[in-house]
Ligand binder design. Structure first.
Ligand code: PDD
Length: 281
């Protein structure tokens, strides 16, 4: 069994216990991060820890650790669990208190970190692309906060799964926001479109990399949401996340996207992303 980190201690996962009165358990009152680890090295750790701070600020919760402390404990856990490729999951909840909607006073937050082997992205997804459906974005109005309250995202992802798709693309007021667990992109006439950073989308760390990589590589990218109509006729559609990297969607709502195969702009972006992962771009 792998080790986890809980409130200052490293211990085997089966020995880690949290109170049933934890506000994460009772109210979903917490925030989280997922950080990919390649060959024992955390990828884009400072970006993830900065976003964690923003999420904590967004829900008025104190950060239990400094940037240096987080870095140190995450690196220690990765090493204890054997290095290699891992996915680190960290969660901070408001802590243990009698159930009440109002914030408790003088309560220590619960800090939990685990790491699991990072599943390689299936070659088939890269060769053939994935299937997606569009669904109404039923989430709340602070999607920029990486909250553990994932019931809407889970319902939407399950809806996709039930329809034989791998991802649900979310539509709010007629525009594409993001995926149920990913940021989303449309390529139209050689230009990449992705929704701007606001409260309708999570500011993805992979999304940041797509933006800077496009800039460096001289590919046009605009932070502008596409309409459902534009999406239906886009040449390429992609999604990105820390665990799934950048994936092409080749079937949307039972119709082929572009030529129905991963597009040329995605091929280029994926190649650059693979170099980035290995510190070579
Ligand atoms: N989710 N948007 C949503 C709603 C997400 O849940 C995620 C990632 C992203 C991509 O963000 P990033 O590139 O920083 O991983 C966008 C993680 C992987 C998860 O919930 O498991």
């Amino acid at each position: 069994m792998k080790d986890v980190f809980l409130n200052g201690d490293f211990l085997p996962a089966e020995q880690a216990k949290v109170s049933v009165l934890d506000r994460g358990f009772l109210l979903g009152d917490g925030v989280y991060e997922v950080i990919p680890v390649y060959a024992g090295h955390c990828f884009q750790l400072s970006g993830h820890l900065l976003r964690l701070q923003n999420s904590l600020d967004g829900v008025r919760m104190a950060n239990p650790y400094s940037l240096e402390q987080w870095t140190d404990l995450i690196e220690k856990l990765v090493e204890r669990n054997g290095g290699g490729d891992q996915a680190v999951y960290l969660q901070v909840t408001r802590g243990v208190a009698p159930r009440d909607h109002v914030f408790p006073e003088g309560v220590e937050p619960t800090a939990f970190v685990m790491s699991n082997p990072l599943k390689a992205v299936p070659e088939k997804y890269k060769r053939e692309g994935i299937v997606a459906i569009t669904v109404p974005d039923i989430r709340w109005q602070n999607c920029n906060i990486k909250a553990i309250t994932l019931l809407p995202n889970s319902l939407l992802k399950q809806q996709a799964q039930d329809a034989g798709a791998q991802e649900a693309l979310l539509i709010r007021d007629g525009y594409l926001t993001e995926g149920s667990a990913s940021n989303a992109y449309a390529v139209i006439k050689g230009v990449i479109y992705t929704a701007p950073k606001d409260e309708k989308v999570l500011p993805g760390i992979t999304r940041d990399l797509v933006i800077t990589t496009a800039e460096k590589a001289g590919i046009n990218l605009v932070e502008e949401a596409v309409s459902e109509t534009q999406l239906a006729t886009a040449d390429e559609i992609w999604v990105s996340s820390s665990t799934k990297e950048i994936l092409p969607i080749t079937t949307l709502n039972n119709k082929a996207v572009g030529e129905g195969v991963p597009g040329a702009v995605w091929q280029k972006m994926d190649a650059l992303y693979q170099q980035l992962k290995h510190g070579a771009f």
